[in-house]
Design a protein around this ligand. Structure first.
Ligand code: A3P
Ligand code: MG
Length: 425
């Protein structure tokens, strides 16, 4: 029996029986030893026997079978704030770019190609923003976040990890990923581990060699958002307007995965416009497009690959539903369907060799434990660079004052400054 299903991870975030324990290994910084030993995964299992201290390990396996155990505790994510980015990518500590979902016809015939040539402003992807927007949000909300006053002049966050939701999505899907590797830079600062993605060589090459067709298809997803979202509760979508991908509304949520206290942010497409809808993040809606499904093989691929990505992305922040526009080869949305996140594990249950939510969450959890064990030096200019390629183990290297440092001076200084008027006495 599949333990993931028995735990119904999508409707219940808490597994009260999980006696998950953390054991930090004080060693493990000499990565040049490059031992081939595997982490003792079975020692992290839930159950009445306390796990043993894991051996020091310099690599982390991504083999699926190592992560097939009980679903870990994942607390219901709570929204602690939000921010908006305007048409010029300027940060605002509010919800001004929130959009409202307007349910379309089931067969709407939306032409996603419309406006690509003349009403499209594309965000400059070469501008690497790293964690900057989240760090701005943290500074703007420092008083409600920092409870531990460590010295008379500074504060620490009550979180083990700060990152983007998208980075966590990549971790969740890693045991099933066969094509794209990743690089994640980690710095420990005042006890919190900040995780920021670094573009891989392969991703840079892929971006530079994108075909015109591919570039146009990337626009289609945003165009679908424009057809289904309004700027205000009482207005209607405006398909004649400009699609500007600089604009964003982001939620900031806190939660806990086993003993990892997480603060992360993710872009939210829109919310239910009913004023009686549940509070965020339960009122949020994720919009997606996908190729229309005409054959059993296409349905199987949709379950095995698309639904994995959709589930991982929305499960993390507690977004309860995905509204999908199925498009034909001409870029016309022919059908719209809603996928409740809590129903996705049932949808895939008849699929052979399919992905399992528990493997995704346990791998992410063990990766975060691995990071805690390795990234021990508390110094914002030291980066532990974690690297993964399909069919390989996760490895790391250490960099001081290098091109990889990503915590900006303005953040480090303000977090250490004695002139914080918001800090609690
Ligand atoms: P679809 O995924 O519906 O095609 P998101 O759904 O994550 O909010 O992303 C919105 C849209 O951005 C996507 O819509 C797609 O059009 C575009 N997009 C995002 N990431 C992409 C990627 N890695 N490759 C291609 N398109 C991407
Ligand atoms: Mg979307």
């Amino acid at each position: 029996m599949d333990p993931a299903r028995s735990h119904n991870p999508n409707s219940s975030y808490q597994n009260p029986q999980s006696a998950y324990r953390r054991h930090r290994d004080a060693g493990g910084r000499n990565h040049s030893e490059n031992k081939r030993s595997r982490p003792n995964h079975h020692q992290y299992q839930s159950g009445p026997t306390p796990p043993q201290n894991p051996r020091s390990s310099q690599e982390l396996s991504t083999r699926r079978e190592l992560y097939e155990r009980d679903f870990p505790v994942y607390k219901q994510p709570v929204e602690v704030g939000c921010f908006s980015l305007d048409s010029e990518r300027r940060f605002f500590n509010d919800s001004r770019r929130m959009k409202y979902y307007v349910e379309p016809d089931r067969n709407p015939n939306f032409d996603l190609k419309d406006g690509y040539k003349d009403r499209y402003i594309r965000r400059d992807e070469s501008e690497k923003e790293k964690l900057d927007h989240i760090l701005r949000w943290i500074l703007a909300n420092k008083s409600k976040l920092s409870s531990k006053v460590t010295t008379a002049s500074s504060c620490a966050l009550d979180f083990d990890f700060v990152t983007w939701r998208g980075h966590l999505t990549k971790l969740l899907t890693t045991p099933y990923e066969t094509r794209e590797g990743w690089l994640l830079a980690v710095s420990r600062f005042r006890g919190t581990l900040y995780i920021s993605e670094v573009e891989t060589e392969a991703a840079r090459r892929e971006q530079e060699s994108r075909t015109e067709r591919h570039k146009e298809m990337m626009y289609w997803g945003y165009k679908f958002e424009q057809y289904t979202c309004a700027d205000d509760v009482h207005s209607s979508p405006d398909p004649g307007g400009v699609v500007n991908t600089n604009e964003a509304f982001c939620t900031v949520v806190q939660t806990r995965l086993a003993d990892h206290r997480l603060l992360f942010s993710g872009e939210v497409d829109c919310r239910d416009k009913d004023p009686n809808a549940p509070a965020p993040p339960a009122c949020y809606v994720e919009l997606k497009t996908s190729a229309e499904i005409c054959t059993p093989k296409q349905r199987s691929n949709f379950h095995r690959f698309k639904l994995l990505k959709w589930w991982a992305q929305s499960f993390l922040p507690g977004v309860p539903r995905v509204v999908a526009g199925f498009k034909d080869e001409e870029g016309v949305v022919v059908t719209v369907d809603t996928f409740p996140i809590s129903k996705i594990s049932q949808l895939i249950k008849n699929e052979q060799n399919c992905w399992k939510p528990t493997v995704c969450m346990n791998f992410c959890c063990d990766f975060l434990s691995f990071v805690k064990q390795i990234a021990t030096e508390d110094n914002p200019s030291v980066v532990y660079l974690f690297s993964w390629e399909p069919r390989r183990d996760v490895t790391f290297s250490i960099h001081r004052d290098s091109q990889y440092s990503f915590l900006p001076h303005w953040f480090v200084e303000e977090m250490t400054s004695s002139h914080d008027s918001h800090r609690q006495p």
